[in-house]
Design a protein around this ligand. Sequence first.
Ligand SMILES: [Zn+2]
Length: 136
Amino acid sequence: MHEWALVDALLKCAGRYAQENGLKKVDEVVIVLGDLQNADEACCRDIYNELKADAGALMAASVPVFEREKAEFKCRACGSKIQYAGREKLPPSESEAIHFVPETAGIYIKCPRCGGPDLEITAGRGVHIRELRGEK
Ligand SMILES: [Zn+2]
């Protein structure tokens, strides 16, 4: 269950940020989930609500707001940018492979301009906090 560790880290990070920036309380935490991270939103929300009390008084009443970030690749050969439309476009086994090991994406996704398989992931990877909304 990698969601647990993810949310735990996010809460700690948000709590520290709120403290450093003198927030009195945090209402919402905008969390961006990269498509390649394969983190389940409902699952993250449940864990968030379970862990938030432990993250300190500032975080205890906060709610998570999730946003998805589409995956994007850049071809190392010709510099083209490729939007990865989502896993529904790929057969399930290939899609799973991409989610677990994004480095293998080039095996399945080829550059539409030059056909090169050497793609760099430029977006859609990992999870990060975009914004904290609360009271100063
Ligand atoms: Zn290319």
